[in-house]
Design a protein around this ligand. Structure first.
Ligand code: PEP
Ligand code: MN
Length: 374
């Protein structure tokens, strides 16, 4: 970014200052922080000026103040000049390549509501159900069991992204109908994966939330289409995606008009071979630091092992996860997909109980304990 041109005091000067190029592809985007006392008229004026300067205005109304982001590419100096417009507090550049998902644009946390279930609020939301919908009986039994154990939402795959074309590919429309019946019976909102733009409409007719699977995180045609639907999206992190790439994938949804996005960490590829993936615990905390969007954890795909679900679920909640998505099957050994990581009903109840256990107490330093006695 810095070229060999000496500036004042011999310091290098960014080449973009001379050539008026956008060196990083991100410096052009700005936010206008309105003052707490800004009037509606002043806010409208700023929005109009941003449009005139060639940018897209995105308004975030917080409890205390309004922030107007200027996104896209336009005449930056015209936005900088808004510094002196009435009602404006500060004008600053957006530091990250993702804009609308960043906390700079929206410092308050977002809550995504899925038919009465709020993800991103004070409570941890548990979504549970089988990897794949295999039959009416299998799904309805699971739906009732996970509800009984305390889950707030139901999951179940209808269209499955399988590594081998010879593996079970999902029941498609039949599964969607079963999911819809399960929602009617239990009242649990339902989430299912969408793999193709062709299936978006029929899936929206049957379920409450659409999941973008890890393999499709960068399917930009799918993301653009999902940006236009009136359904919340669960966006899984790709197994080889950086946190920045994941947040940029979410930016496709927000910039296209869908603000209802929940991020999901589900493990990444590393050199580890004992687990299916390596669950990236810190990424849950990092994504919540960088973004206002709710972040949930998937310990099932994150580990691939029944025995690790309770521990990783507790750890994810400890680092701030807003929810968990856990695979549950009436008989994991007979599951048509992801049996080794699926819990049976009793195992799931145990995990729900483990989530209520407090963390272990921190040891009191010995010196402090001795001085307390004396
Ligand atoms: C799933 O949820 O069953 C699934 C296939 O997840 P992922 O996209 O994270 O592999
Ligand atoms: Mn699965």
């Amino acid at each position: 970014m810095y070229g060999g041109v000496a500036g004042e005091a011999g310091r290098p000067v960014p080449l973009c200052r001379f050539f008026r190029i956008n060196c990083t592809g991100e410096v052009n985007n700005m936010i206008v922080n309105m003052s707490e006392k800004a009037t509606e008229q002043e806010i409208t004026h700023v929005i109009e000026r941003i449009r005139e300067a060639g940018y897209q205005p995105h308004v975030t109304r917080g409890v205390e103040r309004t922030i107007v982001a200027a996104v896209g590419s336009g005449r930056r100096h015209e936005i900088e000049a808004l510094q002196v417009a009435p009602g404006v507090d500060t004008v600053v550049a957006i530091a990250q390549p993702f804009k609308l998902v960043s906390r700079q644009v929206r410092p308050e946390r977002s809550v995504v509501e899925i038919n009465g279930v709020r993800i991103g609020g004070p409570e941890v939301v548990v979504i549970a159900g089988p990897c794949s919908v295999e039959s009416r009986e299998q799904l309805l039994d699971t739906a009732h069991a996970v509800r009984q154990a305390g889950a707030s939402m139901l999951r179940g795959g209808a269209y499955k992204p399988r590594t081998s074309p010879y593996d079970f590919q999902g029941l498609g429309l039949e599964a969607l109908k079963i999911l819809s019946e399960a929602r009617e019976q239990t009242g649990l909102p339902v989430v299912t994966e969408v793999m193709s733009t062709e299936d978006v409409d029929v899936i929206c007719e049957h379920v409450d939330m659409l999941q973008v699977g890890a393999r499709n995180m960068q399917n930009f045609a799918l993301l653009r289409r999902l940006a236009t639907v009136n359904r919340p999206i669960l966006l899984k992190r790709g197994p080889s995606a950086t946190v920045k790439e994941w947040l940029l994938a979410a930016e496709y949804l927000l910039s296209g008009g869908n603000q209802q996005v929940v991020l999901c960490e589900r493990g990444i590829k590393t050199f580890e071979t004992e687990m299916r993936n390596t669950f990236d615990l810190a990424a849950v905390a990092l994504a919540r630091d960088l973004s206002h969007l709710p972040v949930i954890a998937d310990p099932s795909h994150g580990t691939g092992k029944q025995s690790l679900i309770a521990a990783v679920s507790r750890a994810a909640v400890a680092v701030g996860a807003d929810g968990l998505i856990i695979e549950v099957h009436p008989c994991p050994e007979r599951a048509l997909s992801d049996g080794p990581q699926s819990l049976d009903f009793a195992g799931f109840e145990k995990v729900m109980r483990a989530l209520r256990e407090p963390l272990r107490p921190t040891a009191v330093p010995r010196v402090a304990a001795l001085s307390a006695q004396s």
